[in-house]
Design a binder for this molecule. Sequence first.
Ligand SMILES: [Zn+2]
Length: 474
Amino acid sequence: MCKLRDVSLATATLCCIMGLVASACADLQIGISRIDITPTVDRDHVVYIAGYGWNRKATGVHDPLYARSIVLSDGQKRIALVSVDVVGLQYPLVQRIRAAIPKHDFDYVMISSSHNHEGPDTIGIWGPNPFRRGTDGEYLSSLVQKIVECVRIANESLTDVTASYGSASDESLIRDSRKPIVKDATLRLLRFQSGSDDKVVGLLVQWNSHPEALGPDNTLITADFPHATIRQLEEKYNCPVVYFSGAVGGLMAPPRGLFRDENGELLKEGDFTYAEAYGIAVAKLAEEAVQAASPIELTPFAISASPIAIHVKNPLYRAAAVARVVKRDRVKWMGDFDKANVPVDKDTLRDEMCVQTEVGYLKLGQLSAACIPGEIYPELVYGRFQDPPDPNADFPNAPLEKHVTQILPDGPWLLFGLANDEIGYIIPKRQWDRSPPFAYGRKKSQYGEINSCGSNIAPIIMEALERRVAEVDK
Ligand SMILES: [Zn+2]
């Protein structure tokens, strides 16, 4: 049903039926909030920075980290989408956060990380050495409370809005450091305008690059380039902005050789002026997407999400789990990834290892959104696989996975990467390449597999997405 402001019932009903003009349907409400999650950095609080190697201790704060929430309501269902300026929040922590949010308030809570490589370790593997956790339990507990609070505030500020969807692309704004060169260079955006006076009241931005402009040597806490992107957009549109990372695997990173200072000097990784220049360039791309935006109907909501079981074959991940550097409970493999709820009796390195994660699908009116629990390769988004397969890859004859744009219904879409989990890289099976001889005539494997659970992850994730979509669209 349309709740109407100043449109006649007949006009509005017609618009709702035809889905023509989003502004006629006032069912959609949103609330946006943010909360500061910057860790304390002083002599009493050692903060290990996540990403790259071990033992990178923070020496100060350059700019604050935030959790940002957007709560959406269609009048019947309510969802919260949260983005956090950290490297990743794993499923057990997401479940802790969800458990602390009043159950009756939400039909779905999605918590995604920007994958910031310049924030505190929130997973455990970037401590002083491989055997000691890099996380601070007190910080993680406060993070849980703050995200809950952030969602509560957004939920209490719901206001009638209309929505527009736009996108803009620029291949030069992403560097792909792993063959084959396949990028998702499209920024996708939702613009929300007040139902009463059309004032812009919020932007949701999805872009696809590792927040790692500051590189491995920086020791100041920062949100990396999204800090500049969000600041620019908030100043320009005078509204809050929630930024999500999409398909960052395979391996999407800030470009090199593109930005210079006023003296013509090349700006490079590790320099805050480089992060700033790149962040502003991404904001400019977002402005193009705003200009290209057209009305979209985002109601009614349909949601499909459930835990799945994935195998963890990566020996480093397995050792980290057994040593409790990474804290994830193991489940039994029951022959189907959708049967993910039987815990194992004990942790040993000898047995097969499975953990729970989650794939979600949101159908918000005309918009489809995939919630993918890690760093998906853009090949799996667009179906642009290595073709023909490299005969030196480990599984050149593996069946091609169905890809995201093939699985999602036609129409506008978003992809939330690192959604509710960070399971690492999701690599097309045909491109998996750990054993010699190596693809592309290389002497050693390309970087990627070392940060992936295994070669069977992509087939499972894509099939899980297909099942979730079928559950909504049946
Ligand atoms: Zn990554």
